[in-house]
Each structure stands twice: as structure tokens, then as C-alpha cells.
Design a protein around this ligand. Structure first.
Ligand SMILES: Cc1cc2nc3c(=O)[nH]c(=O)nc-3n(C[C@H](O)[C@H](O)[C@H](O)COP(=O)(O)O)c2cc1C
Length: 211
């Protein structure tokens, strides 16, 4: 069982999303009948290439099967290598911090690099089709603040984090997206934050039983 563990927080041991993802993975190891091989991809440590002129040149040459120069070839190889980590995954665990009501730009960089035609999806000029065979993904959304509908920051207006990520995972072919939203990790003070993270870990452990 290959599990791709995508971390998109740069905060290491201080990160709520990483701590909760790790609790989930440990619980999943206990219930999974097979050995779980975890491939951890931290978007901050991965040295992701910029999606610059070379990468865009490589993308179009890749699609049109035209010869690439060495710089384009290098970036295209890295893109293919990253996409292969998704393609190999039987399960994906994804930790997403809320940044400015959305998600960190490094996670979007990973998405822009890997979400390529004929790698994670198909397009025939009319319709898109999914290519990923991963049946289930667990996503933990960590938020410093809270977003109750009757608060000054209702999720219906302020949450631009969950909608796109859930959509994208389905778009590339994931059948079931299991999610856990953990709010109040930082902005309510240290004690409340720790309580919220501890509750999040407990919920994650329960959710791992059905993954
Ligand atoms: C650059 C930045 C922007 C943030 N923006 C928001 C935000 O818009 N809303 C919010 O609730 N929390 C925000 N936070 C707080 C984080 O969501 C919170 O600390 C969360 O626990 C981050 O996940 P992590 O602990 O896994 O790093 C922000 C934090 C940073 C560093």
C-alpha cells in the first residue's frame, strides 16, 4: 500500500496540519492489512521548479512531442517524476494550512507542475477526463481562525481553501475525498489552539478506520 503524504506547511513540528496528518497515518498503519509505504512530499523542501518560460516551453513541446533543450528536458523530467508520485499512490494524505483564506502558494505550484494533460487528466478538445486511479484521499484543512456561519467570518464568504482543493482532487480522478476541518489552531491563543489540535488528532484517528 503506497501512501503519498503531501505536507504544505513549512512549520515542521509546530504545524497543526502535519501533526494531524501524522496521527491519521499512524492510525491507518494499525488498521491497514498491508504494509503502508509512506512517500512524504513537503512542498517547501522539494525544491519545486518555477513554472517559468522553460517549464511552459517544455509543457508545450511535451504535449506536441517536439525535441527539448537541456534546461527544458531537466524541468520536464522533474515534472514527470512528481506526477509519477501521484500516479503510484494507492492513497493520498494532504495537509493544507489556510493562508489568506485559501492555501499556500507552494501547494498551488505543485498543482500547476503536476496537473498536466496525459499525466493527471485527459482532454480531447471538448471534455476533460480523470487519470488518477487513487480511490481515496484524506485532507486536513488547518485554520488559525474560526468560520461559523453566524460569526463575522462565515465560511460561505471566507473559505476559499476547501472548495478548490476538493474540486481539484475529484477533477484528477479521486473517487472519495474525506475531509477534516480543524479551526482555531492559532488565533484564539495557545491553549485553545492546542485543544483544537488535540481534538483534530482524535477525529483523524477515528476517520483512519474507514480509509
Ligand atoms: C501567511 C499566513 C496566512 C494565514 N492566513 C490565515 C487566514 O486567512 N485565515 C486563518 O484562519 N488562518 C490563517 N493563518 C493561520 C494558519 O491557518 C494556521 O496557523 C494554521 O494552523 C496553519 O497550518 P499549519 O499549522 O499546518 O502550518 C495564516 C498563517 C500564515 C502563516
Amino acid at each position: 500500500m503506497r501512501l503519498l503524504n503531501i505536507e504544505s506547511s513549512p512549520r515542521g513540528l509546530k504545524s497543526a496540519s502535519i501533526a494531524i496528518s501524522n496521527a491519521f497515518i499512524e492510525a491507518y498503519r494499525q488498521v491497514c492489512p498491508e504494509e503502508v509505504l509512506v512517500d512524504t512530499l513537503n512542498v517547501w523542501d522539494e525544491n519545486l521548479p518555477d513554472f517559468d518560460q522553460e517549464a511552459i516551453g517544455a509543457k508545450y513541446k511535451g504535449v506536441n512531442k517536439e525535441p527539448m533543450d537541456p534546461a527544458e528536458r531537466a524541468v520536464w523530467n522533474k515534472i514527470q517524476e512528481l506526477a509519477a508520485r501521484f500516479q503510484r499512490a494507492d492513497r493520498i494524505v494532504l495537509g493544507v494550512p489556510m493562508w489568506n483564506f485559501a492555501y499556500p502558494y507552494k501547494l498551488k505550484q505543485l498543482i500547476d507542475l503536476t496537473c498536466q494533460r496525459s499525466m493527471l487528466f485527459t482532454y480531447d478538445g471538448i471534455e476533460y477526463g480523470p487519470l488518477l486511479k487513487t480511490p481515496r484521499v484524506f485532507v486536513v484543512y488547518a485554520r488559525g481562525g474560526t468560520y461559523a456561519e453566524d460569526s463575522p467570518t462565515p465560511a460561505s464568504r471566507f473559505d476559499h481553501q476547501k472548495g478548490y482543493i476538493d474540486f481539484w482532487l475529484k477533477f484528477i480522478g479521486v473517487k472519495e475525498v474525506h475531509t477534516l476541518v480543524v479551526e482555531g489552531t492559532t488565533w484564539g491563543g495557545k491553549e485553545k489552539g492546542e485543544e483544537s489540535i488535540a481534538r483534530g488528532k482524535k477525529k483523524a484517528v477515528k476517520l483512519a478506520a474507514d480509509f
